[in-house]
Design a binder for this molecule. Structure first.
Ligand code: HEC
Length: 131
């Protein structure tokens, strides 16, 4: 006849809850803070291009809100022309770098990681070409 001692049940349940919390926090760290967790992972800023360096960052962090027919604040970031407008008026960099007097972006999320910010900064400094 099997029976589990109550103390064991409590212990195992506690252990499972703790592992779940640990695992989920590790998981979020992995995605948000990968540049901090792995500082030696190279950030490739050698050949920064709109298509391969900037567009992927905007696609995964911005176009949920700034895409489609009714983009947030009327700011469309799902096409080059729309992005270029925000580069030229200074708002794109102001927002992602969390500069004072700009609305910090991505809204309600962590600041972009340093590698993404470096790529955007380098691309803008090069004149934000559509390459
Ligand atoms: C959750 C929705 C959401 C996401 C994600 C988001 N935005 Fe925004 N964005 C907004 C809203 C709403 C505004 C209007 C201002 C405000 O409410 O803060 C805005 C405003 C802006 C502005 C104007 C800021 C100013 O001060 O004039 C820029 C530029 C901008 N967003 C760029 C971005 C970029 C770049 C990303 C991705 C890195 C991004 N946004 C992600 C919702 C979002």
């Amino acid at each position: 006849m099997y029976y589990i001692k109550p103390v064991n049940t409590v212990f195992i349940t506690a252990l499972m809850i703790i592992s779940c919390i640990l695992l989920s926090s590790l998981n979020s760290c992995y995605y948000d803070k990968s540049d901090l967790l792995y500082p030696n992972t190279a950030c490739d800023t050698a050949a920064v291009k709109y298509s391969t360096s900037v567009l992927p960052v905007l696609s995964s962090n911005c176009i949920n809100c700034h895409g489609g027919a009714t983009p947030s604040a009327g700011i469309s970031l799902d096409n080059y022309a729309g992005v270029k407008v925000q580069v030229d008026n200074g708002r794109l960099w102001g927002a992602v770098s969390h500069s004072a007097s700009y609305s910090p972006m991505p809204k309600n999320s962590a600041k972009l990681n340093n590698c993404s910010l470096d790529k955007i900064r380098i691309w803008i400094a090069a004149g934000a070409p559509n390459n």
